[in-house]
Design a protein around this ligand. Structure first.
Ligand SMILES: [Zn+2]
Length: 316
């Protein structure tokens, strides 16, 4: 086995390490929520579909507004209680995406998508988890205005954490879609793939949705076989990451590859191939002679690959 690599200080895994205490016990109490809304320290993040509205600033933009200022930006469609930070209440407010273009002409505001905010470090890192929380739950609201059981309009309850149907009494809870994202390992090589939409030269882990009735381990094996024709044996959980595009949870794993002959599903991937450890290290350090790179550090794929490069033992 070759020497292990030290890639230096670990980068921040985007949308994790939230400082917001969700205060779930308060959600069922409209009086308590009203008091939180009236609190002078209360702030809101404003979400417009895929985009976030921020006050322009240096070195970071500020994505928090007083509730009055948030309501003045544009009429709100939904509001959820996200929790508290140092006692200060934080809410997420959805506005009509069609009304957002008008905001772009305002000199004091910046309106852009959350992915660009994370990649470009456009806000201070502690703002990213509540932005992800708000974007995911508000995306769920925007798609669940009607009961999936009977078709009647639903009403928001529990401070934005449930929708109830008055016609059939169904209760609807915000969902999170589990996605496995994995690095298949064969000795000193790992399997990376490229989707057509990726930036030129960038390679990443394979990934796919967990299906009903499936374990995480089985989903890792199935997706790796489907996309690359590689059979996997042991699977080891590594870490997870909220991925609010629109409302996924990325479940990061390492997998033991049992076969090596690739059969790439070109409808899913542009390409997939085995990479030697040295080559992947050069990609992570952005020193690859052909300009190949690995995923941006804000995404869990970067951390899954890095853990393999730095491990002093077999991960699977
Ligand atoms: Zn219903």
């Amino acid at each position: 086995m070759t020497a292990r690599f030290n890639l230096g200080t670990k980068p921040y895994l985007g949308y994790t390490d939230s400082v917001v205490e969700r205060g779930t016990e308060l959600r069922h109490d409209p009086t308590a929520i009203a008091a939180l809304e009236a609190d002078a320290r209360a702030r809101a993040v404003v979400i417009s579909g895929e985009r976030v509205v921020m006050h322009k600033g240096m070195p970071f933009n500020d994505p928090t507004f007083t509730l009055a200022a948030a309501n003045a930006v544009s009429p709100k469609q939904e509001q959820v209680f996200l929790g508290r930070h140092n006692g200060a209440p934080l809410f997420g407010i959805a506005i009509d995406p069609d009304a957002t273009d008008a905001l772009k002409s305002r000199d004091d505001l910046l309106v852009t998508d959350l992915r660009s905010i994370a990649v470009g470090a456009l806000v201070a890192p502690p703002h990213l988890p509540p932005l992800a929380q708000a974007k995911a739950v508000l995306a769920w609201h925007s798609r669940h205005r009607f009961c999936s059981n009977c078709g009647a309009p639903t009403q928001v309850v529990e401070a934005g954490w449930r929708r109830d149907c008055a016609v059939c009494d169904a209760q609807h809870f915000p969902r999170t879609d589990p996605v496995v994202i994995m690095l298949a390992i064969n000795g000193e090589r790992c399997l990376l793939g490229r989707q057509q939409r990726f930036a030129k030269g960038m390679w990443s882990c394979l990934a796919g949705f967990v299906e009903p009735g499936e374990t995480i381990e089985d989903a890792v094996r199935r997706e790796t076989l489907e996309e690359a024709g590689i059979k996997c044996g042991r699977v080891a959980y590594f870490a997870s990451q909220p991925w609010p595009f629109p409302m996924s949870l990325m479940i990061g794993c390492h997998a033991q590859a049992l076969t090596t002959e690739l059969k790439v599903d070109r409808s899913e991937l542009e390409d997939a191939r085995w990479f030697e450890r040295d080559e992947v290290t050069a990609m992570m350090l952005r020193q690859h002679p052909d300009g190949l790179t690995a995923t941006h550090p804000h995404a869990i794929a970067h951390h899954i690959i890095r853990a393999w490069l730095e491990a002093d033992r077999s991960l699977v």
